[in-house]
Design a protein around this ligand. Structure first.
Ligand code: 2HG
Ligand code: ZN
Length: 497
């Protein structure tokens, strides 16, 4: 292997604990003079949750009113912090009586505006409901409250000798309830699937104020419609997730990370085919050299190897036996010989593995400083080469003056296409220009039978494009289902459809 020596930078701070700073343009920072909270409702909320747990100060409204999108201004009427399911139920019932819209709120790390409160809603934040309630070694499962931070859950599982495999860069601030409400994906989907795969049970409060206990931790339960799966990915429109029972896995053995410098897109797919045919991959990610350049300019990291290449593939695999690494190296030689791979580096310990991961995981945070317009699209993996070619043609025709950064979870067919805002362009003009191209991107996605939102959800941002992936009949059925779970339409109104 040409660059076997590891060259990445020092440890730095742990990559999952830093939060993306919300650098918003001034015009978006001002609150849209939220409607003051009716004092009688305020008193009733306080009676439910206790003194100091209903927030109305400007900082809290700003902080709890936004996720990581930069398009809308925060304008909730108040933030309420319940401590248990019965309090959530009482708040929902009060909101139903008063016709008050509720925005359920987790870690607000979403990228589609699903947790944005921009129209005088009450933000119901799960922060105080953050405990592990039960762990069962025989069932390999744990039950926790919805407000637990994903990374804390992962660490808890690790302390039990087990593994919660859903992982992504914002795991240090996202909450499990939000992960479930958006069916979060992340970097390990190729091996472990999305959040949905790991949910064994849910306790939720519907928009009608009923408490439902869904599936109660069972592996086998064929008793009709599985409402648990309706709630997963429902983006807070059907019910508020208060507790979850999650399945845990055995931890992967000594995972190694390989970063390969690749000549072009088709070569990435050849590398994927080569490696996934011979090894069990935990992840197969890719990023362009422009993505790497941006990360290196903002983070204390060094390039994976001296030579810069147009694209990089990042693979993670379990070293179940010492031979696995030999296989990976032999495949590397094959890929070099075929002309697909130009250089490569493999981690020799977990610190090196973590630092190599940062080259990929830090992209989103790094790009946030350029207020990117985001696309999170997917097709079947087999369609990827043709799809990428078509998206590339479209992007170079329609965005000739913008920097386009390519990266994503290529192993599961998910592309993140970020268009960077030039400094001289206002955010309004930039968003408008990008939105007009988005319809063409959506048409292209539709022609490939793909999805306009692979893992970030629909929220507010992707609402105009939902019909490119879901039929009219499906959307009408979704609306009818919503009216059953939330007859007054108080849960996250205006999101999803
Ligand atoms: C990732 O894969 C995240 O890094 C964020 O899903 C993607 O910011 C993005 O576009
Ligand atoms: Zn992603």
């Amino acid at each position: 292997m040409p660059s076997a020596a590891y060259t990445s930078g020092g440890a730095g701070h742990p990559h999952k604990t830093h939060q993306i700073s919300k650098q918003l343009p001034e015009l978006l920072i001002q609150l849209q003079s939220p409607k003051p909270m009716d004092s009688k409702i305020l008193q009733q909320l306080q009676a439910i949750v206790g003194e100091g747990r209903v927030l109305t100060d400007a900082d809290s409204l700003q902080n709890y009113g936004l996720d990581r999108t930069t398009v809308w201004s925060a304008a909730p009427c108040a933030v309420v912090l319940p401590g248990k399911t019965e309090e959530v139920q009482a708040i929902v019932r009060l909101a139903g009586r008063e016709n008050l819209a509720i925005v359920p709120s987790g870690g607000r790390t979403g990228l589609s505006g699903g947790a944005v409160a921009k129209s005088g809603e009450l933000v119901l934040a799960l922060d105080r409901m953050n405990k592990v309630i039960d762990f069962n070694a025989v069932d390999r499962s744990l039950t926790c409250e919805a407000g637990i931070i994903t990374q804390q859950l992962q660490e808890y599982a690790e302390e039990q000798g087990l593994f919660y495999p859903v992982d992504f860069a914002s795991a240090g601030s996202s909450q499990i309830g939000g992960n479930i409400a958006t069916n979060a994906g992340g970097i390990n989907v190729i091996r472990y699937g999305m959040t949905r795969e790991w949910v064994l049970g849910l306790k939720v409060v519907t928009g009608n104020g009923e408490i439902l206990e869904l599936n109660r931790g069972l592996i086998k339960n064929n008793t009709g419609y599985d409402f648990r799966h309706l709630l997963i990915g429902s983006e807070g429109t059907l019910g508020i997730i208060c507790e979850a029972t999650l399945r845990l896995a055995p931890p992967p053995k000594d995972p190694a990370v390989l970063v390969l410098g690749v000549s072009d897109f088709p070569a990435i797919m050849d590398v994927l085919k080569t490696y996934s045919g011979a090894l069990t991959l935990n992840a197969f990610e890719f990023f362009s050299d422009l993505a790497l350049e941006k990360v290196l300019a903002h983070q204390p990291l060094t390039a994976p190897f001296e030579q810069r290449t147009p694209y990089y593939a990042l693979l993670e695999f379990e070293q179940t036996t010492p031979e696995v690494l030999d296989t990976a190296m032999a495949l590397f030689e094959d890929c070099v010989e075929a002309g697909w791979v130009l250089d490569g580096v493999v981690s020799q310990n977990q610190t090196q593995a973590k630092n190599l991961w940062r080259l990929r995981e830090d992209i989103s945070e790094t790009l946030s400083f350029s207020k990117p317009y985001k696309n999170d699209i997917s097709v079947q993996v087999s369609q990827m080469p043709d799809f990428i070619r078509a998206v590339d043609d479209l992007a170079s025709q329609r965005y000739p003056d913008f920097e386009v950064v390519w990266y994503g979870h290529i192993g599961d067919g998910n592309l993140h296409l970020n268009i960077l805002k030039p400094d001289e362009l206002s955010i309004e003009d930039f968003t408008q220009e990008c939105s007009s191209v988005s319809t063409e991107v959506a048409e292209l996605v539709q022609s490939f039978n793909g999805s306009v939102s692979a893992e970030h959800g629909i929220g507010l941002l992707k609402k105009p494009y939902l019909s490119y992936t879901r039929s009219e009949t499906e959307i009408a059925l979704m609306q009818q289902i919503k009216s059953l779970f939330d007859p007054k339409g108080i849960l996250n109104p205006g999101k999803l459809f």
